[in-house]
Design a protein around this ligand. Structure first.
Ligand code: NAD
Length: 507
């Protein structure tokens, strides 16, 4: 199926308006499925970042946004969710033609997830403990003490290309809920849906509350992270760039949330129901061509059922249909870029060199009607050992490493033997056994007999070098506030203030 795409132009979105880049320069956004040019986008500079931060600063410092009653801001969050639902098709289309994600997934689950996220945050907001009153202390006399939670200020959000809208919303929704203002820098492969989303959100929030500057990470991203008027950075991306951002944010002691890479272990136990464990494990690794941070890329399989599992995985994989992501019949789209395709192919070559067995896939694919697309066969390696490069490094492509084990403790040890700790999974009919394994796995989320099942009311984030902090859930609201302790003394007589004696000892 070939779909001709009209080339669109996107300026920045600053202070409630479309704004051209100060340099007048643009960069190209191409469809990874067809290679076609789909949009020209304003290429941001430090000057553009300064304009966006100034707008966000003004909206935070001078505007009413942060002073609105929580129930009124909750109404605005609900209004945003209705806007997203109304524009869902357009948003899904823009994201599909730039990220290569299937419209079946984005138009369905991603849009629903975003709609529900804003509504979930609205619900949390209504009874959020913005102020806690502490008990009156016996000493130093009557006093009233409060702990207030206040917004942080201007929040910079930096997002990756794999599922940019949802990841953007994980930052925007809690930030806005708590009364902050936001400047987002999307990845250069996928700025379109974020820019459109900002326009949609802006129809129900005051100007300057949400702003987008697209452009290169090294210029636009770094300008945000080091900007003295930005109070918080929420970053999702690779561990390598995360390390850099943490260092850069140190210069102005910024509050930082980092959602980074993964190499998630998936353990099948001998008693697992293979009818769900096999398609479930492939769902865990091949959805969006393996370009999810939480993909289950290392599969641990016990000796006893190893051959049966591998044969089943290969048979199911052969049924996956690669194609244009705009076609609802497509199971797997392309990978994001030619460069990423080359990186994945070089990992496949490294796997073969290190002695792993290619059970299926391993090559690039020419999809009819998408001859210039970046397609790679879903690939399964068997006889992998956990020390191999393909078992230790994040490939970010459709590549599964199957690792044999004979003893469960040994499998758990290997599962944890990685710098990452984002997600993990276990498949078994014995729920108590599953909880026992889940306790031992070092990961921010553990799925039992499932994968990718994130919830807007549950936290998501990494152990170890997969990140710092959590997104989604009530906890994500805390991450967009700072605490203030307010002490009010009710002691009116000087002589009942003996603590002054620490200074005025003799008088
Ligand atoms: P990336 O780290 O290359 O880029 C992420 C963002 O950072 C982009 O917007 C990029 O332009 C920007 N950037 C790059 N250099 C920068 C710098 N010096 N200063 C500031 N910003 C800079 O990641 P990617 O290739 O876009 O995305 C894939 C990675 O994201 C994978 O490692 C994946 O695991 C990770 N990821 C993590 C999660 C999670 O929730 N933990 C979710 C999705 C993706």
């Amino acid at each position: 199926m070939t779909v001709k795409v009209e080339v669109q132009t996107f300026p920045h979105f600053i202070n409630g308006k479309w704004e051209p880049a100060s340099s007048q320069e643009t960069f190209d956004v191409c469809n990874p499925a067809t290679g076609e040019l789909v949009a020209k986008v304003a290429k941001g500079t430090v000057e553009d970042v300064n304009r966006a931060v100034a707008a966000a600063r003004e909206a935070f410092d001078q505007g009413d946004w942060k002073n609105m009653k929580p129930k009124d801001r909750a109404n605005v969050l609900n209004a945003i969710s209705y806007q997203i639902a109304e524009h869902g098709q357009e948003l899904a289309y823009l994201e599909s033609i730039s990220s290569g994600g299937t419209v079946r997934r984005i138009g369905g689950s991603d849009i629903l997830q975003m709609v529900d996220l804003f509504q979930t945050m609205a619900k949390f907001l209504v009874d959020y403990p913005f102020s806690e009153t502490l008990p009156v202390p016996p000493f130093p006399g009557p006093a009233q003490n409060f702990i207030w939670r206040e917004p942080i200020g201007v929040c910079a959000a930096i997002t990756p290309w794999n599922y940019p809208m949802v990841i953007g919303c994980w930052k925007i929704a809690p930030a806005l809920a708590m009364g902050n203002t936001v400047v987002i820098k999307p990845a250069s492969y996928t700025p379109l849906s974020t820019l459109k989303l900002a326009e949609i959100i802006s129809s129900v929030v005051p100007p300057g509350v949400i702003n987008v500057v697209a452009g290169p990470g090294a210029e636009v991203g770094e300008a945000l992270v080091t900007h003295p008027k930005v109070d918080k950075v929420a970053f999702t991306g690779s561990t390598e760039v995360g390390r850099k951002i943490m260092g850069l944010a140190a210069g102005t002691i910024k509050n930082t949330t980092l959602e980074l890479g993964g190499k998630s272990p998936n353990i099948i136990l001998e008693d697992a129901d293979l009818n769900i464990a096999l398609p479930g494990s492939l769902f865990g690794v091949f959805l969006h061509s393996g370009q999810f941070c939480e993909s289950g890329t290392r599969l641990f399989v016990p000796d006893k059922i190893y051959d049966e599992v591998v044969a089943g995985l290969v048979a199911l994989t052969s049924k996956l249909k690669l194609g244009n992501p705009l076609d609802p019949a497509t199971d797997m789209g392309p990978v994001i870029s030619k460069k990423q395709k080359e990186t994945i192919l070089s990992y496949i070559e490294a796997g073969v060199k290190e002695g792993a067995t290619l059970a299926c896939g391993g090559k690039e694919v020419m999809v009819p009607g998408c001859e210039e697309g970046n397609f790679i066969e879903p690939t399964i390696f068997t006889n992998v050992t956990n020390d191999m490069k393909i078992a230790q490094e994040e490939i970010f492509g459709p590549v599964l490493a199957v690792i044999r084990y004979s003893d469960l403790d040994e499998a758990i040890k290997m599962a944890n033997d990685t710098i990452y700790g984002l997600a993990a999974g276990v498949w078994t009919r014995d729920v108590n056994k599953a909880y026992e394994v889940a306790r031992k796995l070092q990961a921010g989320v553990v799925w039992i007999n499932d994968w990718h099942m994130l919830r807007n009311d549950a936290p998501f984030g990494g152990y170890k070098q997969s990140g710092i902090g959590r997104e989604m859930g009530k906890h994500s609201l805390d991450a967009y506030t700072q605490l203030k302790h307010v002490h009010t003394s009710m002691v009116t007589e000087l002589e009942r203030r003996p603590w002054y004696g620490m200074l005025f000892g003799q008088n």
